[in-house]
Design a protein around this ligand. Structure first.
Ligand code: UGA
Length: 433
């Protein structure tokens, strides 16, 4: 089937490539000429495991191309909207400019029987509004939220947990068209739910709100664990055995960041207020506050460990990405903590296996190490803020040869505390004895 994907960021570039890899004929569109030129030459503009290889292999099939020219979209029958919905500059709501512009740019090429499929995360009510914009062309609109995680984007796109179709009337001809697009996943038994527009929009924000709440719940427990001498990791293990609770997303630490969870819970709370039901989502404000407090708590722990002031002290920051296996530093707790410690006068040196260039673009004043050893050398405190395998696998004995002082602060509770203590280190986590 001939498809177009508007917006070639993490979501769109992976979606376009994955759809072409399973046999569709796809054109990916973006207004950013540099991004399009890199994608066209098989050079991924971001780090995503498995994506580089899939991109190169799929370009070689001739079924995938990228363009900045809207006239190239005309031959497609199904158009996916995969542009960003960042937080507005003047509030907590979502900035809908890119989605609106994407749909407007499609209007001249749409005709009877075409399908516009929204994948972006949007405030509930958006699909109905866009359907009205599209209606005069004779095309139909569906909402098909995306649940991919960075770091697992290819896998999540090709084998999602579920597929949701939001439509204005259940069982219309558009369902059969989208079924054809996703035939491979549907044949493999992946559940597919057909809902109304509002439900499909809410599925996405509700899922992210639930995940954010789960993380903030365990982070609140970590604060209480610190106050009482309990261990939050053992607590999470113990409650996680209850299948109704589950252990995943119960890792306490410096909290959630990235281009999705933080802005999505803010936009959802803001939408609740617009709908006159702010009370129902007020808890999300608390979820956000707990999350941001974790960053301050970590800075306080580092300060305390260094005897009350970080000024002039050499601090190795291990991690800049908002999570491992990504080079994304949007709303990253790691980058925020590095920036705050630097602001307090610390001699910060930061290292990340993939995110140094993205971090440097937004925080050029920070000092970045070329290698992990360079970051560790002479450190008076070592602070782990992104749980890359490379940091989890650090050997306390070898590491102690590099640092000036054997003091480790584990902002992701990802190290074996006993092992580090046994090797003579002072170890601090968040909510861990
Ligand atoms: C999230 C959702 O998990 C995806 O399902 C969704 O499609 C995506 O947002 C989106 O809206 O596009 P992502 O932002 O890639 O995906 O990252 P997550 O794996 O959800 O992690 C988010 C943050 O939570 C990271 O900073 C991570 O370090 C943190 N986290 C995660 C914790 O602090 N503790 C945990 O136990 C788990």
């Amino acid at each position: 089937m001939r498809l177009s994907v508007i917006g070639c960021g993490y979501l769109g570039a992976v979606h376009a490539t994955a759809m072409a890899s399973i046999g569709h004929d796809v054109v990916g569109f973006d207004v950013d000429a540099e991004k399009i030129s890199r994608l066209s030459s098989g050079d991924a503009p971001f780090f995503e495991p498995g994506f580089d290889a899939l991109l190169r292999d799929t370009l070689a099939t001739g079924r995938l191309r990228f363009s900045t020219d809207t006239s190239d979209l005309a031959s497609a029958r199904v158009h996916f909207i995969a542009v960003g919905t960042p937080q507005s500059e003047d509030g907590d709501g979502a900035d809908m400019r890119f989605v609106d512009a994407a749909v407007r740019s499609l209007l001249p090429v749409l005709s009877e029987g075409d399908l516009v499929v929204g994948k972006s995360t949007v405030p509930v009510g958006t699909a109905q509004r866009l359907a009205e914009m599209v209606a005069p062309t004779g095309a139909l609109l569906m909402w098909n939220p995306e649940f991919l995680r960075e770091g697992f984007a290819v896998e999540d796109t090709l084998q999602p947990d579920r597929i949701v179709y939001g439509t204005s009337h259940s069982g219309g001809p558009e369902v059969a068209v989208l079924d054809e697009v996703y035939a491979k996943a549907l044949d493999a038994g992946i559940p597919r739910l057909v809902t109304d527009y509002a439900t499909s929009e809410l599925v996405k924000v509700a899922a992210n709100a639930f995940l954010a709440t789960k993380i903030s719940f365990i982070n609140a427990m970590s604060e209480i664990a610190d106050a009482t001498g309990a261990d939050v990791t053992q607590l999470a293990d113990a409650i996680g055995y209850d299948v109704r609770i589950g252990r995943r997303f119960l890792n306490a630490g410096v909290g959630f960041g990235g281009g999705c969870l933080p802005k999505d819970i803010r936009a959802f709370a803001a939408r609740g207020e617009e709908l006159g039901h702010g009370r129902a989502l007020r808890f999300l404000r608390e979820v956000d506050e707990i999350n941001l407090r974790q960053r301050s708590r970590l800075v306080d722990v580092v300060t305390e460990e260094l005897g009350g002031s970080v000024a002039g002290r050499r601090i190795a920051i291990l991690g800049l990405a908002f999570k491992p296996n990504s080079d994304d530093t949007r709303d990253s707790p790691a980058l925020d903590i590095a920036t705050r410690l630097h602001g307090l006068g610390a001699d910060v040196i930061a290292y990340d296996p993939e995110a140094i260039e993205t971090a440097r673009r937004v925080r050029p004043h920070l000092h970045f190490a070329q290698t992990l050893d360079e970051a560790l050398s002479g450190a008076e405190a070592t602070v782990v803020v992104t749980e890359w395998d490379q940091f989890r696998q650090l050997d306390p004995d070898t590491t102690s040869q590099l640092v000036a002082e054997t003091r480790i602060i584990d902002g992701r509770n990802c190290l074996d505390a006993q092992r580090w203590r046994a090797a003579g280190w002072s170890y601090r986590g968040l909510g861990r004895r």
